[in-house]
Write a protein that binds this ligand. Structure first.
Ligand code: SAJ
Length: 424
């Protein structure tokens, strides 16, 4: 099939780069978001999210005249749904955005159109939730219009490159739908495009993120064991990874972001009787912030009344995204336990959390601190020179939850450095 125009519903971290990339590859694209503030910001040349290179891409797409932004869909040859699927109470998938996006498309759906769901969804969502809603148009999925699921797999911080270079899985509800999806994404995807069924594609996405979560959980469990047995987990992992078939991930303060900490629950919800390992891994990773809080409590000899400079709040290094961030969780728990928390997040100085003061500079965070907590391995924080830090603070106790600091250098500069996963 040849496509010349499409409509992308949801202009967040995935929808906006996708819409813009299609537009800069010659497709006429209507980008739709239900949030009027997002639409207004984009129409005025602004950007509501941060991703390296995105501003330039969106501006190029708008300038080309191929991308327009709107609060409602319009007729198009193809529709892409890229709305969030968060979870609600009880770790259940919240499909309300997927449902309302499908409902919004139905009146504009015409014979021969293609609809692609990209939002991470529980198995069978495309078949059992999206298809019936679209069929309210009077058209039949498969017979009258094409329907497919294609997971986004891009890594925040590298979205623009991975969108084009990563392999893409297209799961159609039938063969013709898969092929239509392949033709659409071939507009810009340079990676391999692989066709499969809709439910397989949904599973693939959930399996990828669950695999990573389970592997991070075992790394976190190794770090607890190492601390108990007087071992440096970082050294042990490096040595174990010399084995040709072992590749242990990094322990840390927990698993954050809106994907890996959420997606495994979709499988647990769908089949609780089949997912004890997945559920336990989630729990291990969710417990990890408390491990770091306990480490700080021990290092500082108590938390009450202690002024702690928390360095980094983002969910992972070198991004400004604070969603589901374990570092935020740790900062809040420290404050709840009576610590005075001064947080410095170099990529988001204006964050706001109850009970936490945001430092506008590193110096402001360090001055007057009793202890330092490195919670995110942001490049500028990892590269701090310990002797320069020592000159700016009276604190001589530091906790490194991410293996960002060289223990020898920090101890030479006069710090007592406690590292996650390192026993004495
Ligand atoms: N983390 C560790 N140890 C590690 C690796 C990561 O503790 O060794 C932590 C990070 O600090 C962070 C969390 O895990 O808090 C998740 O970070 P990440 O870089 O592993 O993944 P995300 O959430 O940024 O992006 C993931 C990616 N999925 C996989 O790598 C399987 C990405 O490709 C997906 O597109 C994305 O989820 C998504 O949108 O689903």
């Amino acid at each position: 099939m040849t496509f010349t125009n499409l409509c992308v519903l949801g202009l967040g971290y995935i929808g906006l780069p996708t819409a813009s990339t299609f537009a800069t590859h010659g497709m006429r694209v209507v980008g739709v978001d239900v949030n009027p503030r997002v639409v207004e910001t984009l129409q005025n040349g602004g950007l509501h999210i941060h991703e390296p290179g995105l501003r330039t891409l969106v501006q190029a797409a708008l300038k080309s005249g191929n991308l327009s932004i709107s609060t409602s869909p319009e007729e198009a040859q193809a529709f892409i749904i890229a709305v969030p699927t968060p979870f609600k109470e009880g770790k259940k998938a919240d499909l309300s955005y997927v449902i309302s996006a499908s409902e919004a498309i139905a009146p504009y759906l015409r014979e021969g159109n293609l609809v692609v769901l990209e939002s991470t969804s529980p198995p069978r969502t495309t078949m059992d939730v999206v298809a019936p809603i679209l069929e309210r148009s009077g058209l039949k999925a498969g017979d009258d219009f094409h329907l497919a699921y294609s997971p986004e797999r891009v890594l925040p911080g590298q979205i623009l490159r991975e969108l084009i270079d990563n392999a893409r899985v297209i799961g159609g509800i039938d063969r013709a739908s898969s092929e239509a999806g392949r033709d659409l994404y071939a507009t810009f995807v340079r990676g391999e495009i692989i066709c499969t069924t809709a439910t397989t594609a949904e599973m693939v996405k959930l399996m990828e993120n669950t695999y990573r979560d389970v592997n991070i959980a075992i790394a976190n469990e190794f770090s607890r064991l190492a601390a108990r047995f007087g071992v440096d987990v970082w050294e042990a992992i490096e040595l174990a990874n010399r084995h040709p078939r072992v590749d242990i991930l990094r322990p840390g303060p927990g698993v954050g972001g809106h994907c890996i900490s959420v997606d495994p629950w979709f499988l647990v919800e769908a089949a609780p009787d089949l997912t004890p390992l997945i559920a336990t891994s989630r729990q291990v990773n969710d417990d990890q912030p408390q491990v770091v809080v306990d480490l700080l409590q021990e290092a500082l000899g108590g938390l009450d009344g202690k002024r702690i400079a928390v360095l980094g709040l983002a969910y992972k290094p070198d991004v400004d995204d604070l969603r589901e961030s374990p570092a935020v969780e740790i900062a809040c728990r420290l404050a709840e336990r009576g610590a005075e928390v001064i947080a410095y997040e170099p990529y988001k100085l204006d964050a706001e959390f109850p009970g936490i003061s945001m430092a506008q500079s590193l110096d402001a965070a360090l001055g007057g601190a009793d202890g330092l907590a490195l919670l995110v391995a942001h490049t500028p924080l990892r590269n701090l020179a310990p002797e320069e830090v020592a000159a700016k603070t009276k604190a001589r106790i530091a906790v490194d939850a991410v293996n960002g600091w060289d223990p020898v250098a920090w101890e030479q500069a006069g710090f007592r450095l406690t590292r996650l996963g390192v026993g004495i």
